[in-house]
Design a protein around this ligand. Structure first.
Ligand SMILES: *Cc1c(COP(=O)(O)O)cnc(C)c1O
Length: 394
């Protein structure tokens, strides 16, 4: 007699495989770790009374971020969304413009465009990188855009397309060479959303340092956290100066006068958060190596499944593996939601990838390219527990 395996047997095997890596108990998707100088620096900050908009930890955090990423300048701000908004403004995005954004991203990328009174224009992703696909982008622009006075214009909407925002999904760098080439052809500014990829390298160079500007996030679930926070990276000293100016109320330096030369933002990172950030940054290399080790362990535990595979870093890239990701394949396709409930029921926190931006109410009417790959990724990607503490050791 032929023994027929129940159709969902592989769900149990998946739980066992993930458990073999995480160990027992309820396992979070991503939890921060404060095992270094966090208490010391935060206490030092409290003792100094400089907890807010003035203090040395902000300068230090910015300096150390620049050193770590290899960017010439880093400007710390209140969160990653604010960082993106300011970066887009400095990249020349004006009200009514369109900005090319992956349909598959966290909502903050689209929100930042919206906050500039511009419109996100959604484009497709790559199977290999999970980020913007430069070939699909070029094909789409060829069919939709005309160049007028050296600027790209969307023939359908009549709007100028000013910038493109590649995002390094779950820490995996996207094809920056290809994206920079298309951006050059269409005279687009490049603002990299590197919120998820602190510690990730593309061809040996840190993500977020390829475009005119790049942005980071230090939200509680990111690779390092400042509570809430973000930063703008750039190699251009003038853009760095403007980023600082615009994010700190656009106040002209003076010993006592309050003179502001434009309507600036109050987006400066408080010193208290920067104190936490300085301590977290010291731990970053350790976090990244633990996350990479975790990917190796999951990779081994999940090898041999016909229904799914672990997403690995793209060619010529070193990923921080911010969120570990499995992708359904073969018979596994179509079972995302069942797998999610089995994993979560088993105490293993798992999440689907974000709903595609054009399917969200605020962005339904926005222009978009065909999105076959993003639609497939939306149905097949599942994030599994990714905390560095799942790997023992200092
Ligand atoms: C986290 C994140 C941001 C920024 O988020 P904040 O919570 O505002 O710091 C932006 N883009 C992406 C893709 C993100 O994952």
């Amino acid at each position: 007699m032929i023994q027929v395996e129940p159709k969902t047997k592989w769900f149990e095997k998946t739980v066992q495989a993930i458990r073999s890596v995480t160990g027992p108990g309820k396992i979070a998707l991503h939890q921060p770790e404060f095992c270094g100088n966090e208490w010391a620096y935060v206490k030092e900050c409290l003792d100094s009374t400089f907890v807010s908009s003035v203090g040395e930890f902000v300068d230090r955090f910015e300096r150390e971020l620049a050193v770590y990423t290899g960017a010439k300048h880093a400007v710390a701000v209140v969160n990653g969304t604010a960082a993106l908004q300011v970066a887009l403004l400095l990249a020349g995005v004006e009200p009514g413009d369109e900005v090319l954004v992956p349909a598959l991203t966290f909502v903050a990328t689209a929100n930042a465009v919206h906050h500039c009174h511009a419109n996100p224009h959604f484009v497709d992703s790559s199977e290999q990188t999970l980020g913007l696909d430069p070939d699909a982008l070029r094909a789409w622009l060829e069919s939709t855009v005309e160049m007028i006075h050296g600027k790209a214009r969307n023939r359908q909407t009549g709007c100028r397309i000013q910038a493109v925002v590649p995002m390094h999904t779950f820490g995996h760098p996207c094809d920056m060479d290809g994206i920079l080439r298309v951006a050059k052809e269409y005279n687009l500014s490049v603002v990299e959303d590197a919120a998820e990829s602190l510690g990730s390298l593309y061809q040996g160079k840190h993500t977020g340092t390829f475009g005119q500007l790049g942005t980071l996030s230090f939200n509680g679930n990111k690779t390092i956290t400042t509570g809430g926070g973000g930063a703008i990276l750039t190699n251009d000293p003038e853009l760095a100066r403007k980023a600082k100016h615009l994010s700190t109320t656009a106040k002209l330096a003076h010993r006592w006068e309050f003179v502001h030369d434009e309507a600036g933002f109050n987006y400066r990172m408080p010193n208290l958060n920067a104190a936490l950030g300085c301590a977290q940054l010291e731990r970053l290399p350790g976090f990244v190596s633990k996350k990479r080790e975790l990917a190796d362990r999951y990779g081994k535990a999940l090898a041999g499944f016909d229904q799914l595979e672990l997403v690995r870093e793209p060619f010529e890239c070193q990923s921080n593996y911010w969120l570990q990701t499995i992708r359904l394949k073969g018979d596994g396709v179509g079972h995302r939601d069942s797998l999610l409930s089995v994993l979560n029921d088993a105490g293993l926190m798992a999440r689907p990838v974000w709903r595609l931006m054009p399917r969200l109410e605020p962005y339904r009417q926005c222009p978009r390219a065909p999105l076959p790959v993003a639609e497939n990724l939306e149905e097949t990607l599942v994030n599994i527990p990714s905390s560095p503490c799942l790997v023992a050791g200092a």
